[in-house]
Ligand binder design. Sequence first.
Ligand code: C5P
Length: 293
Amino acid sequence: MTRSARVFAPAKINLALHVTGQREDGYHLLDSLVAFAGIGDLLTVDLSGPSGLEVTGPRAEGVPTDARNLILQTLTAIWPGVEARITLDKHLPAMAGIGGGSADAAALYRAMAALTDAPPKPSQADLAKLLGIGADIPACIASAPTRMRGIGEDLTPLQDIPPLPILLVNPGVTIPTPAVFAALETKQNPPLDSLPTGELLLDWLKTQCNDLEAPAILRQPIIEQTLTEIFETQGCQLARMSGSGATCFGLYASEGEAQAAANTLSETHPDWWIAPTRLDGQAKAAPQLIRAT
Ligand code: C5P
C-alpha cells in the first residue's frame, strides 16, 4: 500500500477581487478570479508516521509547527486520529495574500485524499470545515483557474486562461487579513464584469481591480510604491495586489520581460521577495504518490 505522497502547493493569485457584500457573521462576500503560479511550497505526507510537522526551506522561519498551522488544523478536522508525518518545504512568504497557509492546507487535503482514496473534491460537510479554517482552502484544492464567489465556497472552474508570465513581489511587510477588510470603505462593490475568453483576458483584467488594494495601502503605504515600481518596469502590462496583500504582481507579454523586471527590482530592493514565474492555464499536477520500498 502506498503510504506517502508529495504535493505542490502553488501560490494563489487573485487576478481581480471585488468585495460585493458582507454576511451577518462578518465575513465578506467576494467575486474573484483566482489563478495559480508555477512557484509554491512542497508538502510531503507520510502515513507511516510518527506524527509531526517539520518545516524546511528558504521561508521556514516563523512558520508555526503546532496547532496554529492550518495543515494540522485540516488534518485534525477531516481525518481525526490519523497519524501523519508531514514535511513542508516552504518557498512562499507567509501572510502575504498568495494563499500561504491555505495553499499548504489544501495540499494536505489533496495528499490525504489521494492516500486514503477519498474524493478529490470535499463533501459539503468537509467544505464547511475547510472554509472555517481558511476561506481560500477550497479554491486552492482545485489549484486551477477559478472564479471564486461567496466567501470562497462558490467555485466556477475556468477553462481557457492563457498561460501568463508574471512577476510576484513582496516588499517584506505583513498585514493581518481582518485589518484590511476592516479598513475597507465600501463593502458593496459591483461583481466582476462577465469574463472574457482566452486572449482577451489581459484587456479585461485592466478594467477590473482588487478592492482590497486601497485599504491595504492605508495600512502599509509601501504597497503603493511596490505597485508603481512594478508598473514602471519594461513591458509591464498590469500591476496589482493579490488577496489582502502585501504581495503584488506584474503581468508581462514574455517570460524574458518578467525576468528582466525581476533583475531590475532585485538590484534596487535586495531585501524584497521577487519571483518571476508564470500563471498556468490548467490545473496543477495531481499528488505524486510515493510507493513504499
Ligand atoms: O482567509 P482567511 O480565512 O484566512 O481569513 C482570515 C480572516 O479574514 C477571517 O477570519 C475574516 O475576519 C476575514 N475575512 C473576511 N471575509 C473573507 C475572508 C476573510 O472578512 N471572505
